[in-house]
Structure formats: C-alpha cells, structure tokens
Design a protein. Structure first.
Length: 375
C-alpha cells in the first residue's frame, strides 16, 4: 500500500510539472520602475513551437511596443528564466502557488523586482501598433545639408551618440576627433595635426538632409563629412604609415558563429554598448564591428581582414581590461564579471580571431580646420 501511494505521488508530481510547462504558455503582464521614477508596462507572450520548445516575446508597451524576441527561455520546475540580448535584460522568477503569477527579478544594469500576472481577455493590456520605420533614402542618393545647427555642448552633458528624430539627424556631445573618426572610419591614432580644441570642445549638431528618407550607414557618414567640410572648414591629406593595430581574421577551414540577417531588415545597424564589455549587435557587418571597436573600445585601429560579406546579428560579451573604453572618458572601474577576455570571446562567441600586430594604415593629416559659428 505504501509503495502504491508513493507511485501515485510521483505520478502527480510528473503530471504537475507537465501542466506547469503548458500553463506557462499565454500572456503575462507586469509593471517595472525606471531610473527616473516612472512606471512602464511589460507584456510577455509565451508560445510553444512545433518542436515543443517554448518561445517568447517581450513588449514594453509604454516605450514603442516593438516586439523583442527572447534569446533564451527556460522553465525548470517552478522557476522561469529568460533573456533578451537586444535589451541586455535577464529575468528569473518563480510561479506563485496558484500558477497565475510569477514573482522575480529583472536585471538590466541593476536588478529590480518585477512580478507578472497571467492576463485574461478582460484584463489584457492593449499592445499598440509599433511605429512604422521611416522610409529609406534612395540607396543611390548622395545627400547634402539643408540645415545644420551646431552649438557647444553644455558642460554637464554625459555620454555621446548619433541618432534620428524623424528625418533629422542629431549628434550629441561629439568633439572634432569623434566626428572625424566616425565619418572616415579611422581611429584617433590615425589623425595627425590640428588644434588643441579638437579633443576638448564638444558639440551638439542637428542636421537635416536635403534628400527625403532615412539615410543608410554610408549616407550617414557622408552627411557628417559634409558638415565637417562646410561648417568646420576641414581640409586634410592622407599619408600611409605603419602602426600597431588589431586585426580581425577568420581562421582557416572554420565557419563563423554570427547569425545572418534576412534582407529587408532595419536600414541602420545597431552597435551600442549597454555596459562596458557587452555588445548586442544587430544588422551589422564585420567592417562595422571593427569600426565600432576602434571608435569606442580599443586603444588602436581595428582592421577587418576577413572576406565575410553580409549583415549579421551577434552578441559579444567579455571582461574588458584597463586599456579598453578609454575613449569614453577617464579610466573606468569595471567590476569582475567572470567573462572571457575579448580575444577569447571573439573565438568562442563569433568564431573569429582578434589579434595585435603591425600593419600599414591610412593617416589623416589635418591641413586646416576652424570652429563653427553657433547658429
């Protein structure tokens, strides 16, 4: 009798685990706090694929409602874990006893509590239609500048970046060196000459192209080149010199580990660092990866010597050393993450090789440049 009861109990446990996995399928919603003290609503949609695996999407419905696919999703008994690489977000939670709630912690830079409840047709929040992406600029266009407003950045501004507001390009907290390295795909070590203010004075730029549509990466750089020539009066010549560099290569007889992007995806690549040592890249080429590393991370030029064509999604996650991310300001105190160094991460996560060597490189020698007048 005792053995029979034990067998029944085991059967019930196994049945409960199966039901719990099935019960995770559906829509879940919860409210998270932002750093500014505001509240944002998060919706999860969990489905089961034909092969039986769980799949999930995340919607931040107060921040544009764009669907973000979970890169990892696991259910272990009553414990739920998921990850969204595109947002550098991880979550771990536990089902409530009735199975209609999940209490846990969301981590994006810093951990914070986030609880979900199962949504019903009556309680489900409406997910707004995502804003359609702006129309792309004609690929053959060579856009000019209709209007360019340039001002000195306020002294308390932190960080820097380039982005769009509709068809208008905004450049935030860039000095002359930042603008040249971005526009011409070079490292600061590849720029020679020029005045002392090239690295000290930072600018805010608002640029409206004279051609409709959102520019691609090449056209974006072309716009910055024209602002440098027209508003900064930049003139230079090129010299070839041998420099210490980093090279990206593909080891012989190997296949890289990056995920090809289906043609017709986003117009612009996304290579942003949510934290030092983490790069969830989307729609990027290997050459753009090299440019991003030499602009934001490495202490010398980075040269793509692979023959890899096309655009890819990938995540590079590593433990930076003291020579990296210096272009963002003073040396950073980066906590130990237990991640591999960047060379090991390249090999393990991308199937590529990054190494230090010497190679000929183009040098931009500044002949003339002037501070732009504010307007």
């Amino acid at each position: 009798m005792k053995s029979r009861l034990l067998a029944i109990a085991m059967l019930l446990c196994l049945s409960g685990a199966t039901l719990l996995g099935q019960d995770f399928v559906g829509t879940w919603q919860g409210t998270a706090a932002t750093g500014a003290g505001a509240q944002i609503r998060i919706v999860l949609r969990i489905t089961r694929a034909a092969d039986g695996k769980l799949e999930g999407q995340l919607f931040s419905i107060d921040q544009g409602a764009q669907a973000r696919t979970m890169s990892q999703l696991a259910l272990d008994g009553r414990v739920v874990k998921w990850k969204v690489d595109a947002l550098s977000v991880t979550y771990e939670g536990t089902f409530t006893p009735d199975g209609n709630g999940i209490n846990g912690t969301l981590t994006q830079n810093n951990p914070q509590p986030l609880n979900f409840v199962r949504a019903t047709p009556q309680t489900a929040w409406t997910i707004p239609e995502p804003t359609p992406p702006p129309a792309a600029m004609a690929a053959t266009a060579d856009p000019g500048i209709e209007v360019a407003t340039i001002k000195l950045s306020p002294p308390d501004v932190r960080g820097r970046g380039i982005g769009f507001r509709g068809a208008t390009l905004t450049v935030t907290n860039y000095n002359l060196l930042n603008a040249i390295t971005f526009a011409y795909d070079v490292h600061e070590q590849q720029i020679s000459g020029g005045p002392a203010w090239k690295s000290s004075d930072r600018f805010e730029m608002v640029i409206r192209p004279d051609t409709p549509g959102q520019p691609n990466a090449r056209q974006l750089k072309r716009l910055i080149q024209k602002v440098l020539a027209e508003r900064f009066q930049l003139a230079f010549h090129i010299e070839k010199r041998e420099l210490s560099v980093y090279t990206i290569t593909q080891p012989p007889n190997t296949t890289h580990k990056m995920t090809p992007v289906t043609p017709g995806g986003p117009n612009l690549p996304t290579l942003r660092y949510p934290r030092a040592g983490l790069l969830p890249a989307r729609n990027a080429t290997v050459t753009e990866l090299a440019g991003s590393l030499q602009t934001a991370v490495m202490d010398r030029p980075v040269i793509n010597q692979t023959k890899i064509e096309g655009r890819f999604d990938f995540t590079l996650d590593w433990m930076p050393d003291e020579t990296q991310f210096a272009s963002f300001g003073s040396a950073q105190s980066i906590p130990e993450t237990g991640k591999p160094n960047i060379y090991e991460a390249f090999r393990e996560q991308l199937g590529l090789k990054l190494e230090s060597t010497r190679a000929p490189a183009d040098i931009i020698v500044i002949d003339k440049v002037e501070k732009p007048s504010e307007n």
